[in-house]
Design a protein around this ligand. Sequence first.
Ligand SMILES: NC(=O)CC[C@H](N)C(=O)O
Length: 388
Amino acid sequence: MTLSTRGAAQAPAVLVLEDGRSFRGRAYGAEGETFGEAVFSTGMTGYQETLTDPSYHRQVVVMTAPHVGNTGVNDEDDESGRIWVAGYVVRDPARVPSNWRSRRSLDEELVRQGIVGISGVDTRALTRHLRERGAMRVGIFSGDALAGGGLNDEAALTARVLEAPGMKGANLSAEVAATETYVVPAVGTKRFTVAAIDLGIKGMTPRRMAERGIEVHVLPATATLDDVYAVEPDGVFLSNGPGDPATADLTVVKGVLERGTPLFGICFGNQLLGRALGFGTYKLKYGHRGINQPVQDRSTGKVEVTAHNHGFAVDAPLDRISDTPYGRAEVSHVCLNDNVVEGLRLLDRPVFSVQYHPEAAAGPHDAAYLFDRFTSLMNTVPMEGPRA
Ligand SMILES: NC(=O)CC[C@H](N)C(=O)O
């Protein structure tokens, strides 16, 4: 158990939204200033995985769960080598974290990694504001950033927020992805080789494949089609990742589709597949983030409770099969809260994707069957040449 001595004694901080609304609180984590897109996450647990998910790069995450940090920070649950959120907003941080795996408090970890946060904010009011007005740019200011009376000059702080870049048009995968290929070995007998394109991949994703006998070659976001086929893959995987899918290069995805290699994409990967098929993508008003989102698999009618983190979505028709340059495609999964497209499937090729996070780190394991589906596609496709 680690005792945190900070909390109520922390310096004043202020959160300022681009539309001028502001919230006062206390510094949490590092003091200073930070900017990003304000988004809210409804996960009640799993904050360590959220913080270290590269898809949150350049986003300031507001936690709707009121108590955050209760189980501290451990050495096992990180989803990447660092915290990626641009800032962190909580209502009531734990003063005494307690868990057998805890090594330090969340506050200490945020300080250690220089992540500026704010606590003591009415996160319900802030979330309702974002739901009504949509995700928008935000700044958090504390310590030196408020020296000279900044706390009382919110117009000046709002002007600074308005200078920060937005999420639309942001091309961010290369900023978060590995620069060198690495291999996650199959657990037990190796059955397949998969080339996974790292657009901001989480650590659990290759592990979920490895558990199924897959040797995963994780390739940088900049990998070419030749790099992909150099590993002689039985299947190709497109990962999650930050930024606007409209900015991504689709050459590799289209090349894989042409060859008919089994393909599975998640989240950003689903959006890239959608765009490669000729569908558009658009920015949702406030996105889906959390570990309790109901999704229906339209092929079985089954409802799964799933982990999400997306601000963009694919624009594809729900009521009919679409003709694409790679054959017929359908919307395979849909979000039951708002009918947003949550999955795509090609009818003539071994290709599918989902908009959510079947690796479930954190989250319910309802969607684990999707990794089995990918494995069975590789099982049935002859190695040489396209199937379609
Ligand atoms: N988790 C992800 O892959 C997110 C995809 C994309 N950046 C979005 O916000 O929709």
